[in-house]
Design a protein around this ligand. Structure first.
Ligand code: SAM
Ligand code: SF4
Ligand code: SF4
Length: 342
């Protein structure tokens, strides 16, 4: 079966698609949207749900069987469960959502009913006052209420925590305890120098190696879980007490060789890497009446010419600072992480 998949220049199949449904957000996380002002897509720019559904069919035809909805903050997109209903009817092995949780208390049940399979909630701190520092919004209580509802409707909920030195790296253990208390699994994410992270500096990254050392010193042996064939970005580990957690080490030990992910922005631009500087506009041909096979040919050609290894190339650079200066982001907002989805 494998041979029928579209493969890129490094032999990687196209299996997973992240669909951003809005570029707007109700937080201003320091590592993603630290600036005062942003340029937003207009409502006319956004793909309608039927357009997203049609594009997803194109990707499914090329081998995609995993979809993740993201943003911006995806729960800001009005009537999102209606899109989930459309997607849940398709032949997918996974349909997931990444959210900051603010609107989750009221959305968890409708999302589950519509057929959403898995949920990731981003949570960087358990402390309300620190949450304000990190996100410029006083929304911690709503996020925690959202996580409670999320965990009730989505067993196996994942909590995604970006670890930043001097900011929240004293919460690694409390986060493990909290996750265990609600039956969730934490994934610690290294702070990435993606476009949008204009305040990124190398010394604020807490490498995977260091996280593991700290946990080893505190709990004893940390056992890597053997997951052959996995293309998931997180490596998973077990503590002696059986708790399992993940680490996404995109900054210090990236995993581009396994990367089977494409991204489509809320206005229909295809990016084949989180670090890619140019994308392919799919909305124009879609709105000009291109057929599913026309669109498939466009995407297939693009993927067949893909050689992206963005995070690995950053490591090879050695000396690193923020990827893209603010002036370049102003000139091309599609470079922003909150436009293309994390
Ligand atoms: N707003 C939603 C959320 O925060 O969950 C979804 C979109 S957000 C761009 C997706 C993920 O990207 C979040 O888990 C966020 O923590 C992560 N992210 C954003 N900027 C990052 C950075 N500079 N380094 C590492 N992760 C980052
Ligand atoms: Fe934070 Fe997600 Fe919003 Fe970025 S898109 S500012 S990570 S909540
Ligand atoms: Fe994939 Fe690009 Fe991330 Fe590497 S940097 S894992 S190629 S999205």
């Amino acid at each position: 079966m494998e041979t029928m998949f579209t493969r890129d220049l490094l032999g990687r199949p196209l299996r997973s698609l992240r669909v951003s449904v809005t570029d707007r957000c109700n937080l201003r996380c320091q590592y993603c949207m630290p600036e005062q002002d942003y340029a937003w897509l207009s409502r006319d720019d956004l793909l309608h749900f039927e357009e997203i559904s049609g594009l997803v069919d194109v990707f499914i035809g090329l081998g995609v069987d995993k979809i993740r909805l993201t943003g911006g903050e995806p729960l800001l997109r009005r009537n999102l469960p209606a899109l989930v209903t459309l997607l849940a009817a398709k032949p997918l092995t996974d349909l997931a959502l990444t959210t900051n949780g603010i609107l989750l208390a009221e959305s968890a049940e409708p999302l589950a009913r519509a057929g959403m399979k898995r949920l990731n909630v981003s949570l960087d701190t358990l402390r309300p006052e620190r949450f304000i520092q990190l996100t410029r919004q006083d929304e911690h209580a709503r996020v925690m209420a959202g996580i409670a509802q999320g965990a009730a409707h989505f067993p196996g909920l994942k909590l995604d925590t970006v670890v930043m030195r001097g900011m929240n790296d004293d919460e690694i253990e409390p986060m493990l305890d909290f996750a265990a208390s609600i039956g969730a699994e934490v994934r610690f994410i290294e702070y990435m120098d993606v476009a949008g992270a204009t305040k990124w500096t190398a010394d604020t990254v807490v490498p995977r190696r260091e996280i593991l050392e700290r946990l080893r010193a505190r709990f004893g042996a940390v056992t890597p879980l053997d997951e052959p064939g996995s293309t998931a970005p997180a490596d998973r580990y077990a503590l002696p007490d059986g708790r399992v957690f993940g680490i996404i080490s995109s900054t210090t030990e990236p995993f581009c060789r396994n990367c089977d992910r494409a991204r489509v922005t809320a206005d229909g631009v295809l990016f084949t890497c989180l670090y890619a500087t140019d994308g392919m506009d799919l909305r124009s041909p879609l709105r000009a009446g291109a057929s599913t096979s026309d669109l498939a040919a466009l995407v297939e050609t693009r993927w067949a010419g893909r050689r992206d290894r963005g995070a690995e190339e950053r490591v090879e650079l050695g000396d690193r600072s923020a990827l893209v200066p603010v002036s370049a982001l102003r000139a091309n907002p599609h470079l922003e992480m909150h436009k293309r989805g994390g």
